[in-house]
Design a protein around this ligand. Structure first.
Ligand SMILES: [Zn+2]
Length: 408
């Protein structure tokens, strides 16, 4: 089973200095900084997924400049992402999708099938997913509930677009493999979609809209699809990783999935930020005085002095290094971080979790380039350079786990 990592311009600056917290300023971020596949020894994914919506700014969190979009289309995704310049990069495949979640509220998708086919061709993807329209809902007992008309409309529209996409790909003999995107609201509707997709001619089908479903619901969809799936039909799960279920997924013909969760949990999860094997650790939060909204508010209101906050912040950062060198005890560093935490987050007390992370020193056990080079800094929750590196480490861990499960 292959893991595709959705690209959203996640790069780190190799010139970042962890002591001074400074970088050699570069004008072009994408050129000066490094992707996970450049900073780690081997690409931590089998493929990358590029969404048209992200490239064309429908998704505000991703910023491709005008020049970058032009270059992506001119030189192709492989060269743009510098995949040919790293060991193993030639094996990384690139898949394109329309990024339908970003226009879920629109009545119809904002672009045409023609332009999507052109986009995939220009970017030189190996796989391209048909244009779809997300159905935001799942009926737990579909037989007892009325299916909203809008869901049926989106279902029919997604099938019609998939048919048009397949025809145009066939007519133009496109260089990529087309995937049909299936949407549904119940196990039965997903299996109906798969029947229709196979009839159109698809042999690789991407199941969308599964992200909010729990494991049992995802399995119920896969079981229903299994009843109608032709032996040669492969499945891709959009936005789902659920690595612990890889063996079951395989039985249902799942050949690939994509997910950003390994990266995002590094800086978005309350607790699970650093993954190693099957264990997770909480990263030690030392927010920047100038960047933390809670602190800024208290300083502005005159509740605390900026100097006090800055002094505590500095003591924590120094303390982390002293602890790493064996010059500060575990309880001393945890107390320092706790004193600072009281200031920026009155109620929260993550001391026990931080102590667990710092005592276990998981970065010493990890062979990835990030842990080997930045050490303890990988578990410090602070700023994009540290947080993203922890995310890259998590990608490495996911890829390693997947490789083990693929061997079984
Ligand atoms: Zn690591």
């Amino acid at each position: 089973m292959k893991f595709f990592f959705p690209d959203s311009h996640d790069l780190v600056d190799p010139s970042f200095d962890f002591q001074k917290e400074s970088r050699a300023l570069a004008s072009n971020r994408q050129r000066a900084q490094m992707y996970a596949h450049e900073i780690l020894k081997y690409p931590p994914y089998d493929g990358m997924l590029i969404s048209r919506a992200a490239v064309e700014k429908l998704k505000t969190s991703v910023h491709y400049t005008f020049g970058q979009v032009q270059r992506l289309k001119r030189v192709g995704a492989r060269e743009f992402l510098r995949l040919n310049e790293v060991p193993g990069g030639d094996k990384v495949e690139i898949m394109g999708d329309c990024g339908s979640f970003s226009f879920v509220k629109a009545h119809v998708p904002p672009f045409t099938v023609d332009s999507l086919v052109e986009f995939y061709t220009d970017c030189q993807f190996q796989y391209g997913i048909s244009l779809d329209h997300v159905i935001l809902g799942f009926l737990k007992k579909p037989e007892e509930m009325e299916v909203p008309d809008d869901w049926k409309r989106r279902f029919d529209l997604t099938l019609a677009l998939a048919e048009e996409f397949f025809e145009k790909c066939t007519d133009r003999k496109v260089p990529f493999i087309p995937l049909g995107a299936a949407q549904g609201w119940s196990p039965k509707s997903y299996s109906d979609a798969v029947i229709a997709m196979q009839k159109i001619g698809y042999r690789y089908i991407a199941l969308g809209g599964l992200v909010p479903l729990n494991n049992r619901e995802v399995m119920s969809v896969l079981e229903a699809v299994e009843q109608v799936r032709k032996p040669e039909t492969k499945l891709h799960l959009l936005g789902i990783s659920r690595i612990d279920h890889v063996q079951e997924f395989k039985k249902y013909g799942v050949a690939s999935f994509d997910s950003t969760s390994a990266l995002k949990k590094a800086f978005m999860d309350d607790k699970d930020n650093y993954f190693i094997g099957d264990k997770t650790y909480t990263a030690v939060r030392i927010p920047q005085v100038g960047e933390n909204p809670g602190l800024k508010k208290k300083i502005l209101a005159g509740e605390i002095k900026q100097e006090t906050a800055s002094e505590l912040e500095k003591l924590c950062l120094q303390g982390i290094q002293e602890f790493d060198r064996g010059q500060l005890s575990l309880s001393d560093i945890v107390n320092r971080v706790r004193t600072y935490e009281r200031l920026w987050h009155g109620k929260k007390d993550d001391s026990a979790l931080y102590a667990e992370t710092l005592e276990a020193k998981p970065w010493l056990r990890c062979p990835c380039e990030i842990c080997k080079t930045v050490g303890i800094q990988v578990v410090v929750f602070r700023g994009a350079e540290r947080n993203r590196r922890r995310g890259f480490h998590n990608l490495h861990n996911l890829k390693t786990k997947l490789a083990e499960k693929n061997k079984l």
